[in-house]
Design a protein. Structure first.
Length: 462
């Protein structure tokens, strides 16, 4: 199923230039490029790409509109299934989802579905094209905890059904990981995230920031005193993990969450802001996921020599292929099959390096990935001034601890069924708070599924 037209390359900032700035790496398609790329789509009768999209965006339908030079029509089609196309077009792991299943990928290159989605989303933001409207109010009210992709998707679907929706967000900015985690050079905050969130607010969704549900107000108070008919919890998984090795308490060891929050939310890279961020000359980032790539590329842009330390091989790197490719282009060093066993310190308590062991791959573990095992006698040191731990995160226990009857599993994730119903009637949950750290599109999908379940729950009680 080859296509004679090659995939239209997307313009990007030159690696040597972008490694010194926080501007967006990928510049996206213009209309002509988007039309050419869209014309590669075969408009399959049984589109495998749609089945592989967690929110089932009608991919061939929107691509057909792009090919016809009608981005407005394409935006309308995407809006039926996704309220955040500019964001998803930038950060979704398309290579394992829609593009990974595109029939053109069998013998050649798949259609650049993500770049086309991004083009349509940006076109809509730039042209102020309204694509979805709130339904007349139906009298129901829903509280949403957290303004990440799960909360935003749930809120916008409920608003479109006619519910009065209010989002409560603990931080001073709206967007969850989209604003505090994923860096500006991958996802511009003002130009994209803030404007896509404004679209959600345009549907009538209210947002209150600086409210820590479980502290400022409890979930029970929202239901019993504030008159909400149901609550959706989309509080994410922001609690960082550490390795538990000697030396982790030294000055200069930070979690990726803290490092990225300082850089993104608190804009430490911008001279107009006072936020301190310490990199020294050399930064070692431990981990191999998207979070690790974001941290190491941020460190590089802050002027450090930056290295990834990962215990498996290149093949097992969980980060998106595009991020690994971009990191390499920007001069990031990769120390694969390497595991730290101790953080080494100076006499005055600062990091001076990592003691590591070499690893080799043994038998596959339950996830199918080959487990790394230590090579005997292989200890060596890596000199560095800062160690960033990017080893994964878990949900914050606050909401489960302050809400009677809300069960969690052994990882601390909220227990919820496939529709998002928790163990307490009227309380629903989705996104990273339920699955543990996952992806933007899965969080959005969970928010949308829960919105339908919340609608059924409220209607069943009338
Ligand atoms: C650095 C980084 C890079 C990533 N890169 C990618 C990527 O490239 N592609 C991808 O698909 N995914 C990526 N992810 C994962 C993705 O961002 C998450 O899976 C997704 O954001 C989860 O959405 P969510 O709505 O469940 O939670 P979050 O985005 O975490 O949002 C939860 C929100 O709830 C708020 N909150 C928490 N507790 C409370 C409370 N008690 N009261 C009020 N508010 C509360 C938090 O402040 C936060 O704003 C990345 C994650 C990180 C950290
Ligand atoms: S699988 Fe590929 S070619 Fe077929 S409809 Fe989807 S994007 Fe187009």
């Amino acid at each position: 199923m080859a296509n004679r037209i090659p995939r239209v390359p997307v313009r990007e900032q030159e690696p040597a230039i972008r490694a010194t700035n926080f501007e967006e790496v990928c510049l996206g398609y213009d209309l002509g490029e988007a039309i050419r790329e869209a014309s590669r789509c075969l408009d399959c009768k049984n589109p495998r790409c749609v089945a592989a999209c967690p929110v089932h965006i009608r991919i061939p339908d929107f691509i057909r509109e792009v090919a016809a030079g009608n981005p407005q029509g394409a935006a309308g089609i995407i809006a039926r299934d996704s309220s955040l196309p500019s964001i998803c077009g930038r950060v979704c792991p398309q290579e394992t989802q829609c593009e990974g299943s595109c029939v053109l990928g069998i013998k050649g290159e798949p259609v650049a579905i993500g770049k086309l989605e991004r083009f349509v989303g940006d076109w809509k933001l730039d042209h102020g094209a309204a694509t979805a409207a709130a339904a007349p109010r139906n009298g129901g009210r829903v509280a949403v905890v957290g303004s990440g992709p799960a909360g935003l998707a749930c809120a916008s679907d409920l608003a479109r059904m006619g519910y009065g929706v209010k989002i409560f967000e603990a931080l001073h900015k709206v967007g969850g990981v989209l604003v505090y985690g994923i860096p500006e050079f991958r996802l511009p905050k003002e130009r994209i995230v803030a404007r896509e969130i404004a679209e959600v607010q345009r549907l009538g969704v209210e947002i209150e920031t600086d409210v820590v549900v479980g502290r400022t107000v409890t979930v029970d108070a929202l239901l019993d005193e504030e008159g909400f008919d149901a609550v959706f919890i989309g509080s994410g998984a922001g609690l960082p993990r550490f390795m538990g090795i000697p030396g982790e308490n030294l000055n200069g060891v930070v979690s990726a969450n803290e490092f990225l929050t300082r850089a993104n939310l608190m804009r430490a890279y911008d001279d107009a802001y006072d936020t301190p961020i310490h990199t020294g000359r050399r930064v070692a980032v431990v981990g191999g996921g998207n979070v690790a790539m974001d941290a190491v590329r941020t460190a590089r842009r802050l002027g450090a020599e930056a290295t990834i330390v990962y215990r498996r091989s290149e093949k097992e790197l969980p980060a998106r292929a595009e991020e690994v490719h971009h990191a390499r282009e920007e001069g990031i060093e990769f120390r694969m099959l390497t595991n730290p066993v101790e953080v080494l310190g100076t006499d005055d308590g600062w990091v001076r390096g990592l003691r590591c062991v070499e690893m080799e791959l043994g038998e596959p573990d339950p996830s199918g990935r080959r487990s790394p095992v230590v090579k005997p006698g292989s200890e060596f040191e890596i000199a560095c001034d800062v160690v960033v731990m990017a080893l994964g995160t878990s949900p914050n226990p606050l909401l489960a601890a302050t809400t009677e009857g809300l069960a969690t599993d052994r990882r601390g994730c909220l227990t919820a069924d496939e529709q998002g119903a928790t163990t307490r009637p009227g309380i629903f949950a989705g996104g990273d708070a339920v699955t543990g750290a996952a992806t933007v599109i899965l969080a959005m999908g969970a928010g949308r599924t829960a919105a339908r379940a919340i609608d059924e729950y409220i209607r069943s009680r009338r």
